[in-house]
Design a protein around this ligand. Sequence first.
Ligand code: ADP
Ligand code: MG
Ligand code: MG
Length: 279
Amino acid sequence: QYDLGRYQQTGVLGAGTFGVVVRAVDPDSLADCPAEVAIKLLPRGELLKNFKTYVTREILHQSCLEHPFIVSIKEVFLTRTHLAIAMEYAQGGDLFRYVLRHKAARLAESQARWIFQQLVIGLDFCHRSGVANRDLKLENMLLDRDGQDGTRPLLKICDFGYSKHEMNSSAKTGVGTPIYMAPEIIYGGNRYDAKAADLWSVGVILFAMLIGRYPFSQRESNVARNIVSATYSLPDDVQVSAPCRDLLARLLVANPSERMSMEEIKVHSWFLEDLPEGA
Ligand code: ADP
Ligand code: MG
Ligand code: MG
């Protein structure tokens, strides 16, 4: 049990890189307000090592991004031991666990499209606001419900802990998780376009949702070589439509200047099919 100020802890949702995320209720909230929150706890001692960077990334960027497909921050406070970030609680958990709940750990193409469309719309909003996420992966995509009753869950992008604003100098250091990391980041040393790198990760997420494994498996010894040459293969036993294959092939392009742009994704035939109204 953590000290959470006026909130009461009701569970643990995840343990991350250097913090923990707990579930809590606000006992004072009015009956018609959602009382549940998720609280990310970052140890103060750890934070002090690079306070400005942590606060800018974890709090400032995300709280500026008010959008239905981005987790909203409700309140930030200090406890004796932690910096606490109270956010909207996503009942369905993260996309990694959602995908695992499905047969063969993969989604049907129409289900994957529904998630993909929301990811693209949410990320387009981030990018137009000047923010690249730089840590897009299944674990950082949350869902508002588990969808086990056949309803379609709404997507909420979370974890801006590695995010970058374009007003600051362009990205040079490689951050993120290797299996989602764009070739230009693997190469290292040079400045890269963080938005184009996000779109590579979007391709990896799409592949993983459809196939039930990663396109560039960490189990293979030549994983880095496969990534920088964008060498991946679709298994024969999984049906993937031609437009969807085309989209994947244009996202997982090694050269970032030849990779599909956000504008191109938004007019691709696979993306446009069954697009939610008003999107
Ligand atoms: P880290 O930076 O340590 O990866 P995250 O912000 O990604 O921390 O949170 C870690 C995990 O906690 C997520 O992958 C997810 O499973 C869970 N989680 C985080 N925020 C929420 C939330 N708002 N609602 C529900 N679960 C959450
Ligand atoms: Mg995370
Ligand atoms: Mg993080």
